[in-house]
Ligand binder design. Sequence first.
Ligand code: ZN
Ligand code: ZN
Length: 280
Amino acid sequence: MLLLSIVTWFWWQPALERCRTFELGWIAEIYLRNLFLMIVVAGGLHLLLYTFKNQGKERKFDSRDLACNNGAFLFRNQVWDNMFWTLASGVTIWTGFEILMFWGFANGYVSFLSWQENPYWFVALFLLQPIWGSLHFYWIHRFLHWPPLYRLAHGLHHRNINIGPWSGMSMHPVEHLLYLSTGMIHWVLLSHPIHFLFHMQVKALEAVTSHCGFETIMAKDKEIVPMGDFFHQLHHRYFECNYGTLEMPWDRWFGSFHDGSVEANERMRERRQRIFRKKD
Ligand SMILES: [Zn+2]
Ligand SMILES: [Zn+2]
């Protein structure tokens, strides 16, 4: 991901001078780049794991196939539905945040941190991104489970109980806005556009890899790349647990941690009963 953000900044990004005013040319370049990245990563993983069935069901979390002929999804098809929300809403809002930020950088509304100025802080910012990302995601996600917001937005993502690569960024536009607002910290935190690109690409593309439905990508019966996220897979299976990510122990601190064991399941049930008793 780091390499991708460096390559993007040096060779795949419109020059900053062009970003001073909102013009179709540079905006379209960023949009097409993000569209391409999303199609390659999500489409590539889908083709490998679900179309060509490269490793069958080996290391797959849920043995069922993705839903076909199911009225819960647009076009009665989970994959087509997920592709629609990912590409129409996800890529557009991801691009929207990038356009705003680069317009801010180009006009000097946001200052730059250069490598020469402070190389230690330059490196540290990459290491701090997962910590901020985890904090932001945990609280946004808890907020999305607030019943009115769940009904309005987050329920759309949760129709995917059994998940695939296209499910990761399959969200309601309101959820895309909240989820990707994490990158807006760069308006106030002194950083470089590479940090911002890294942050946005991690959020958009790791949502895809973490939802791929398989723990590991295999080749010739050998595990080659760890890919899926068992922790978040359990959130899709049981809903009221594992709201965060594993970079920070938010779920342990707030008692919603689930490791897939029978004991954790019992704890989650008790917690749920306590909440519902309180509501009654
Ligand atoms: Zn959720
Ligand atoms: Zn999810």
